[in-house]
Ligand binder design. Sequence first.
Ligand code: ATP
Ligand code: FE
Length: 371
Amino acid sequence: LVVLGIETSCDDTAAAVVRSNGEILSQVVSSQADLLVRYGGVAPKMAEEAHSLVIDQVVQEALDKAKLTEEDLSAVAVTIGPGLSLCLRVGVRKARKLAGAYALPIIGVHHMEAHALVARLVQSDLQFPFMAFLISGGHNLLVLASDLGHYIQLGTTIDDAIGEAYDKTAKWLGLDMRKSGGPAVEELAREGDEKSIIFKVPMKQHKDCNFSYAGLKTQVRMAIESKNIDAAIHVAAASEQDRKARADIAASFQRVAVLHLEEKCERAIEWAMKIEPSVKHLVVSGGVASNQYVRSRLNKIVEKKGLQLVCPPPSLCSDNGTMIAWAGIEHFRMGRYDPPPPACEPEDAVLDLRPRWPLGEELAQGRSEAR
Ligand code: ATP
Ligand code: FE
């Protein structure tokens, strides 16, 4: 099997071609970093236009790099949710056009399931059941993956996700957002004293596995204001003293943001072991899983609990087409896919998009189930 994966759920336009043996034949990501810098976040209409501008090129490049043509493909996989519907639409249209023209089956993929499943591409002996901790721009999800398409949610965020807190911290600290906020905060935090400001760890009194990052964001903003840090002055242009103050805030924020992950993760492992004592692995994925500090802290917890951490390389943690193609392959193998769409689908055809799609909730109709 050779599957093309297309991803446009948020601010990256991505495509990849992957073989069912796990070989990544190509991976192309076009990021909207410049737009993010200009507008300080994702504006759906703008993001949709940016996706539309590059989608044909990104898919063509993925095919070219794989040295394949559309005719060599076995199927097309595309993110249908969760995400911004204006953005999802661009990828789904492209996937259906291509699948229609070349009579290819099409697989609608859950973006967060793909973040988790890509760990099975990286580590081929990773069997269900396993635990997954998905930390990204829009999600903080702790799940027990009992089988393909079957997820028991152990915890989620009640407001913001950790990636959002990293991005806002970066913006308020006047950091370079060109690579998104997270990596910039991680880098600056290395120069800081993580105990210089003691932020309050969120939700300590809640004996559950849920998260909250809105309060920590406010604490960080107040600390930044109290130190008179001007976000309009880029950190590279700041005085030595000002830079040190920013680094201290970055490090102190990161320590507490990750402590919150550690505490809830530890509890979730205990819960999961009660439900499925055979669990051996914890997958950490999503953009924030690229962070070295996050990885090493979570690794300690996971080892302490006698599990093994599986963390994909950064290029597979942040949004990418490979994870979509791979999730498509996993479902295709089980016979879960849709037949090729009509070759000439009208422009206004109703598309199956799931902008809000809880992980674990099955697709209701439209799928050919394995017989
Ligand atoms: P979701 O997956 O929830 O729909 P998304 O697709 O926008 O959100 P991803 O691409 O999976 O998110 O992750 C992007 C997020 O990861 C951003 O918030 C970014 O700041 C964060 N991130 C990326 N690298 C790092 C890092 N090294 N440290 C901290 N955060 C990081
Ligand atoms: Fe994502």
